[in-house]
Design a protein around this ligand. Structure first.
Ligand code: SAH
Ligand code: SF4
Ligand code: F3S
Length: 451
């Protein structure tokens, strides 16, 4: 058996799930004796944790991979791994395309990295993409931050949105038990983490696959129940969750958020389109009226809550008028932030083979118009912070201005203020907001509220 290579580098593409998986895989590698290197060209092991949500995400992976595959031709000791969603989607095809690869592993296999790597180091080329029951994570993740952390609560997705690859690459829903989630949060609280984001592609589906999940006709393990179950974990000061699905989102959840002091006043609820016919074609299972009712209830119960969403423009068949319905929704709701994307046909999804695809010109024109409206609306929403005193959890130095530190409001607005990171990192402070921009704020610290 060859000696173990010692230095590793992970490049992560895609969403928070991938970031969370990368942190667990880094933990496994360090446990095996590997040491992190910032510079990929110095690494003996390179792992790409990949995303395939849109074509440009996938192409980015191939261009990174091409460079390292070339390096491997000169240095055969380099271990090359593709993990994540492209790995799952392409499987063995990836080995044909990039024969230099040692290991192709889908997202469900992240916790098995040690096992798989041992097979590689024993001389095999390995593909691990079969669906499996995700084993509880017993390793120690190497987390990027010492202040904020992600905790998976449900893996996979059982929805069938007609544009989306996630169910194909992430598999069926698998909820972790409330006890496992709470135990991980308690460890984080002891380690000094202040903010935890609970993660799921459709987090409102949490618990429906757990044994004994219904009692007298009512779900026992819902996201709302989970929030009540974990909110008193000591040390943890803030709890967030994402991503919410309008089809399953409940008023009970909003009431819990209003009632539980640690749960932040921020909802991320993608609506994808403001047009009912398009929502139907997307297979989303709600109408724009239902979406607006959810927002009205949030505004009624939590008037200051921040709202964010994801939107797709240029879905097959989208007419100018249907696109304008999306613009109208954005205009009327007043989001703090939206993630916008032009529709990208994805392999293995129903909408990709429909004949009513729109041209790239139409899609990019609509994307620009939506982005323009978005920045105007975000600026309007930012105005409400001016002069206010906000609670900020300090995360890092401001990369662009080292005399400032960076943190977030409870509503998730990026906020900067003058200060030394050593003095403020991980602290909750009161900051008076003196300057607002569309997507960030600047202020001055008043007094630290918690040391
Ligand atoms: N589970 C979340 C989102 C997961 S993917 C939800 O249901 O909302 C993140 C975002 O990528 C989606 O909200 C959608 O806006 C975008 N997206 C997904 N598939 C896409 C595609 N084929 N083309 C363009 N954007 C897409
Ligand atoms: Fe994709 Fe829809 Fe599942 Fe979200 S809910 S991950 S958009 S299939
Ligand atoms: Fe991308 Fe996979 Fe996340 S496709 S958005 S990394 S679930």
């Amino acid at each position: 058996m060859p000696t173990l290579p010692r230095r590793y580098h992970i490049t992560t593409f895609g969403c928070q799930m991938n970031k969370a998986d990368s942190e667990r895989m880094a933990g496994i590698l360090e446990n095996m004796g590997f040491a992190w290197t910032e510079e990929p060209n110095d690494a003996d092991l390179i792992l790409y944790n990949t995303c395939t949500i849109r074509d440009n995400a996938e192409q980015k992976v191939y261009s990174y991979l091409g460079r390292q595959a070339k390096r491997k031709q000169e240095d055969p000791h380099l271990t090359l791994i593709v993990a994540g969603c492209v790995a799952q989607q392409e499987g063995e095809k990836l080995l044909r395309r990039v024969p230099e690869l040692d290991l192709v592993m889908g997202p469900q296999h992240a916790n098995r990295l040690q096992d798989l790597l041992e097979q590689v180091l024993a001389g095999s080329q390995v593909v691990a993409t079969e669906p499996i029951h995700i084993i509880e994570d017993i390793t120690k993740p190497r987390r990027d931050s010492t202040v904020t952390a992600w905790v998976n609560v449900i893996y996979g997705c059982n929805e069938r949105c007609t544009y989306c690859v996630v169910p194909n690459v992430r598999g069926v829903e698998q909820s972790r038990t409330p006890d496992a989630i709470r135990a991980e949060m308690e460890t984080l609280g002891h380690q000094g983490y202040k903010e935890i984001t609970l993660l799921g592609q459709n987090i409102d589906a949490y618990g429906r696959d757990l044994p004994g999940s219904t009692l007298e006709g009512r779900h026992r393990h819902t996201l709302t129940d989970l929030l009540y179950y974990v909110h008193d974990v000591s040390g943890v000061e803030r709890i967030r969750f994402a991503t919410s699905h309008p089809r399953y989102f409940t008023e009970r959840l909003i009431r819990a958020c209003a009632e539980l002091p640690k749960v932040c006043e921020h909802f991320h609820i993608p609506f994808q389109s403001g047009d009912n016919d398009l929502l139907k074609a997307m297979g989303r299972g709600y109408s724009q009226e239902k979406y607006r009712r959810i927002i009205d209830t949030i505004r009624h119960l939590m008037p200051d809550a921040a709202l964010s969403a994801d939107v797709i423009v240029g879905f097959p068949g989208e007419t100018e008028q249907q696109f304008e319905n999306t613009l109208r929704l954005v205009e009327e709701v007043g989001f703090d932030l939206i993630n916008t994307a032009a529709y990208s046909p994805r392999p293995g999804t129903p909408a990709a083979v429909w004949e009513n695809q729109l041209s790239e010109e139409v899609k990019s024109d609509r994307l620009q118009r939506l982005n323009h409206l978005m920045s105007i609306k975000a600026m309007e929403r930012s105005q409400r912070y001016l002069g206010r005193i906000e609670e900020i959890l300090v995360e890092e130095q401001n990369e662009k201005n080292p005399t400032q530190v960076m943190g977030r409001t409870r509503g998730n607005r990026l906020t900067f203020f003058p200060g030394e990171i050593q003095a403020f990192k991980g602290k909750l402070v009161k900051v008076q907001i003196t300057d607002v921009r569309a997507f960030s704020l600047t202020g001055e610290v008043l007094v630290p509220v918690i040391s």
